[in-house]
Design a protein around this ligand. Structure first.
Ligand SMILES: *Cc1c(COP(=O)(O)O)cnc(C)c1O
Length: 440
């Protein structure tokens, strides 16, 4: 159970003080339900973790690719955080949500001229430049517009963090950023320092996702500070900002043991201060970019259980009315989730079943081994926990399934923030066949 989830006297799962069976009745299933009190709590944890370091300037930017809709961006806006976008579409959403452009940072390894134009038009806070094509294009665009733009350079520090382990890769094979070890990053620093219209503010790295240790961050900070010292001496570079990215882990299942937000932040701040001390560098502003750790645990997907197939001696399948179209992560990364039968939350979960989706792929399995009450039947509701990040944002129309609705719940009130797609929505961009003139 996460946040405000509770089991009510009627044996149903409640979120934000509302019976999930009421939510399903009112809004239909599949349904993404967000516990907004928990989102606010996670945001506050990041702000509090930094606030105690009065000597440090910092920014926490919500990585909106994890879950971007108008209402979510407005919630983030009201919380005072900054925002990361990685496409024109995410930037457009942020602007339509009334997010202050000066607090938006733009990422991506292949930003188009149109996307950069939009960013320059509205004067966003910073562009995280990823490659030489982009630096060159950006400088030319800014020169044409007689406009300056703040940039950070994304570097690959030769550290990869995966949950329990981090790996020093030595040299990097990544589609993102400027490599440190082969001189690419130094060339980029040199270019950005000379480019008349680019203000080189600092360095960015992002070392992975669902990270449960601080060691990867420590290694990345050490490496970057060593280079920053070298570039200071050789090129006159001043690292005004050190952005260490996101990737803070969350508890999808009982087997996940993430650190508390403040443990990550304490270690990051301490390491930056220590390394800057070692190299006699001024302590830069520290930026982080949490996505999953802001919204992941706050999201629950409600499904209606439909058909079942019992193969004696092999396994029993329970099928739900969604699947890989609303949550691609199990199929894509073998991601693990926990679930509960929301209409029998007080009954013993005494049977192991496989939860399958309804898409035409054998791989459309949401949970390989889920424990459910033996009594569970067609029409019961299944609640899959921790689907708030990269669920809706990665949803597809495979099999022409309509995208589910999204509802925010808090203090007994539900508010629909994304309506359910209709069949008419599905064909709104389609054009009918035209008779083509024959060429033969
Ligand atoms: C994806 C991403 C994030 C957010 O990652 P989470 O695992 O959701 O915290 C932050 N920064 C960058 C550059 C990213 O690509």
């Amino acid at each position: 159970m996460h946040g405000t989830q509770k089991i009510g006297a009627n044996g149903h799962l409640y979120i934000g003080g509302i019976d999930t069976s009421e939510l399903a009745r009112e809004f239909g299933t599949p349904l993404y339900v967000y516990d907004t009190a928990l989102i606010k709590e996670k945001i506050k944890a990041f702000k509090d973790a930094f606030a105690k370091y009065r000597q440090i300037n910092w920014q926490v930017a919500y990585a909106s690719k994890a879950f971007s809709t108008l209402a979510m961006i407005q919630l983030v806006r009201d919380s005072g955080l900054s925002l990361d976008v990685v496409s024109g579409g995410e930037l457009y959403t942020a602007l339509k949500a009334g997010f202050p452009p000066e607090k938006i940072h733009f990422h991506g390894n292949n930003k188009s001229e149109d996307e950069l134009s939009l960013a320059l038009d509205v004067k966003i806070g910073a562009i995280i430049a990823d490659n030489f094509n982009e630096l060159d294009l950006l400088e030319r665009m800014c020169a044409r517009r007689k406009q300056k733009m703040a940039v950070l350079l994304r570097v690959t520090p030769g550290v990869e963090a995966h949950t329990h382990e981090f790996i020093m890769t030595g040299h990097d094979d990544s589609k993102f950023g400027f490599n440190l070890d082969n001189g690419m990053a130094e060339k980029a620093v040199n270019f950005a320092l000379r480019a008349e219209h680019l203000e080189l503010k600092g360095i960015h790295c992002h070392i992975g996702s669902q990270i449960f240790e601080t060691e990867g961050f420590v290694q990345a900070i050490r490496t970057i500070c060593r280079y920053a010292d070298q570039w200071k001496n050789e090129l006159g570079f001043q690292m005004g900002v050190l952005n260490v990215g996101g990737g803070f882990g969350i508890k999808y299942t009982e087997n996940d043991h993430p650190l508390a937000v403040k443990q990550y932040i304490d270690q990051i701040v301490r390491t930056v201060e220590e390394e800057c001390g070692n190299h006699a560098l001024p302590v830069p502003e520290i930026w982080v970019e949490p996505g999953r750790s802001i919204v992941g645990e706050a999201g629950t997907t409600l499904y209606t259980i439909g058909s079942s197939k019992d193969i004696p001696g092999i396994r029993k399948y329970l099928a739900v009315d969604g699947g890989m179209a609303d949550n691609i992560r199990p199929a894509l990364y073998q991601a693990k989730y926990d679930a509960i039968v929301a209409t029998r939350a007080d009954e013993a979960a005494d049977e192991t079943v496989t939860i399958s989706g309804k898409c035409c792929e054998s791989g459309d399995i949401l949970i390989k081994e889920a424990s459910v009450p033996r009594t569970c039947e067609n029409g019961d509701l299944l609640a899959v926990f921790c689907t708030g990040a990269y669920g809706y944002s990665m949803a597809s129309h495979y099999n022409r399934l309509t995208l589910p609705a999204v509802v925010f719940v808090e203090n007994g009130e539900a508010s629909l923030v994304v309506r359910r797609e209709t069949y008419a929505d599905l064909i709104r961009l389609d054009l009918p066949l035209k008779t083509l003139s024959a060429h033969d």
